[in-house]
Ligand binder design. Structure first.
Ligand code: SF4
Ligand code: SF4
Length: 367
């Protein structure tokens, strides 16, 4: 029996869905479409499927679920779209309707269960401060490490802490739980996401922070763009690149050619393009060169939107293409632990020898 769902979240964007003219301009940029090859896996196809779900013309079968979850939510299609369709909003609403109807992918259910039971998507039993060896101090500046830097790439969290120490900044590592990004991206319910947001806000208030720094682009976007829609955010929110761009950094000589990958959450979603480049420009002795697709036109690493956990092969293939684009450089710098990890996965399928590091790793080495 075909299964039609009650698409109550999609009902709120009916007009948005009808704005898509099916012109297909989005096909030229969609990283998922390039990897999958089917029209259902490009923004245009996802708009058709979402409208079909809304009208109960299309059942929520496995192929529809797959098409809607193979979107990395990179937002490149929105930049390209002449009708300015808010594709990511539509996709995430469709996902909410699918999840409400019980159509959650098993890998995503595991991630949600981990966040709700352990406070992080990896099911780690420690808390972030224990993982990073931090104490209980209070300070006006807080550092929110994020789950990927705390549990899967601690070099990045430790480099951030080391930079703040070297610069003599009085800061506290907050008692954080997952920022909620992963739940939000895969369409989990707003009630749980809002509770998580409030828990994090309360933990920061407890530390007395007036400004919070982020080394993860996904966590930063959550606090900058999404938290204020649900909870009061009573402190300044800055990505570490914005903080470092304003500082004098007495750096040692760098070397070779450096290029920069804009994380989608930091760039197209949060409009932070200049700060990381300004920080890299402080490295003496190195040559900075942009990739052909950079800034607003940057290509996605393939890791976002729940694609890494549900479709790892697609995610790695997208990442390999991005790493290939940086083959001319000695060092590929980005500003998100999730991008670092995913690009390194992609490097295994690329002939490029480029070294991939986070901005904070590069700066900590030279400071
Ligand atoms: S570019 Fe925009 S209007 Fe054209 S098919 Fe894609 S989403 Fe629809
Ligand atoms: S957000 Fe990115 S992956 Fe999703 S449809 Fe648009 S271009 Fe494709």
């Amino acid at each position: 029996m075909p299964e039609y769902i009650d698409a109550k979240n999609l009902r709120e964007v009916r007009k948005e869905l009808m704005t898509c003219t099916y012109c297909g301009f989005c096909k030229s940029v969609c990283p998922a479409f390039e990897g999958v090859g089917w029209d259902r896996s490009v923004a245009r196809g996802r708009m058709v499927l979402s409208y079909g779900l809304l009208q109960k013309d299309i059942p929520a079968d496995d192929s529809v679920v797959e098409a809607l979850y193979q979107c990395t939510t990179c937002k490149d299609c929105e930049r390209r779209c002449p009708s300015k369709v808010k594709v990511v909003d539509v996709v995430e609403r469709a996902r909410k309707d699918l999840v409400s109807a019980g159509k959650i992918l098993p890998r995503h259910k595991g991630v949600v269960d981990n966040v709700l039971s352990s406070g992080n998507p990896y099911g780690e039993k420690r808390n972030v401060r224990d993982a990073l060896g931090q104490n209980d101090r209070k300070a006006e500046i807080g550092y929110f490490a994020g789950c990927t830097a705390a549990y899967r790439n601690p070099k990045i969290a430790k480099a951030t802490i080391s930079i703040l120490d070297k610069l003599g900044v009085d800061f506290a590592v907050v008692d954080e739980m997952c920022c909620g990004s992963v739940l939000q991206r895969i369409g989990w319910n707003e009630e749980d996401v809002t509770k998580i947001m409030q828990t994090n806000i309360d933990a920061m208030k407890e530390r007395g922070v007036k400004e919070v720094l982020f080394s993860c682009a996904g966590c930063y976007r959550m606090f900058k763009e999404e938290y204020p829609r649900h909870v009061d955010v009573p402190f300044k929110v800055r990505h570490i690149s914005e903080f470092l761009a304003e500082r004098d950094l007495p750096l040692k000589e760098g070397k070779g050619v450096i290029t920069y990958h804009d994380p989608c959450h930091l760039g197209r979603h949060s409009h932070v393009y200049e700060a990381p480049r300004k920080v890299i420009s402080k490295v003496p002795g190195a040559t900075f060169k942009e990739m052909p697709r950079s800034g607003e036109t940057s290509r996605c690493c393939g890791g976002g939107g729940g694609v890494r956990s549900a479709y790892p092969e697609l995610s790695s293939n997208i990442a390999a293409k991005r790493v290939d684009e940086a083959a001319f450089a000695d060092t590929l710098v980005t500003a998100c632990p999730f991008c670092v990890n995913n690009l390194n996965m992609g490097k295994e399928g690329s002939s490029s020898k480029v070294r991939i590091v986070d901005l904070v790793e590069l700066i900590d080495e030279l400071l």
